[in-house]
Design a protein around this ligand. Structure first.
Ligand code: HEC
Length: 162
């Protein structure tokens, strides 16, 4: 009888420790359920429509100054480059193989857009927004078209006209 009691006590203590551990986990800020809920809220907006005007992305472009008015000459060059290299997958104002660039600067920073053009492989792997875009577009990747920084800048100016 005494032995059984001891076993029960040991079991009880173990159980108690087990529960204690569980509670400890819940108070750990990294284990709280709130971040998961937050992630859910964020990901309920498709990546293509998500607005993120602070993220500059990953790549060679660290800072872009946009002029107050659109440089129409630069935009015209950008349109040419875009038509040659991008229209196989992008339509100006409709979702196609990739998202439409119309209004993109209301959703993204200029740096992010240029880094996405120049460095799409790293972006879709390591930038959270670009990564989610790749998922939204069923894993069909944004192509690296080997554009120069100048060409990417011209297309950015063109996107401002859309
Ligand atoms: C082979 C198809 C393909 C080509 C060619 C292509 N893209 Fe993309 N692009 C995509 C896809 C698909 C995505 C969505 C992200 C992903 O799936 O990787 C994307 C995403 C983008 C984005 C991000 C859009 C957003 O709303 O955040 C930009 C900017 C972009 N592409 C610009 C260009 C430009 C400029 C060119 C031409 C130099 C180009 N793309 C050529 C397929 C392509």
């Amino acid at each position: 009888m005494k032995k059984t009691l001891t076993i029960f006590t040991v079991l009880g203590v173990l159980l108690f420790m087990g529960c204690g551990d569980g509670e400890k986990k819940n108070t750990d800020p990294y284990e709280k359920s709130t971040p998961t809920e937050q992630t859910k809220v964020v990901s309920s907006v498709p990546a293509s429509q998500r607005v993120d005007l602070t993220n500059k992305g990953i790549g060679p472009i660290k800072n872009v100054e946009l002029g107050e008015t659109i440089d129409m000459e630069m935009a015209a060059k950008g349109e040419e480059v875009y038509k040659m290299n991008c229209t196989a997958c992008h339509k100006v104002d409709k979702k196609f193989i990739g998202p439409a660039p119309k209004g993109i600067l209301e959703r993204r920073t200029p740096e992010w857009v240029m880094n996405m053009i120049l460095n799409p492989d790293v972006m879709t792997k390591d930038d959270p927004l670009a990564h989610d875009l790749l998922l939204e577009f069923n894993g069909s990747p944004m192509a690296n078209q080997q554009m120069s920084e100048e060409q990417a800048r011209q297309m950015l100016e063109y996107f401002r006209t859309l």
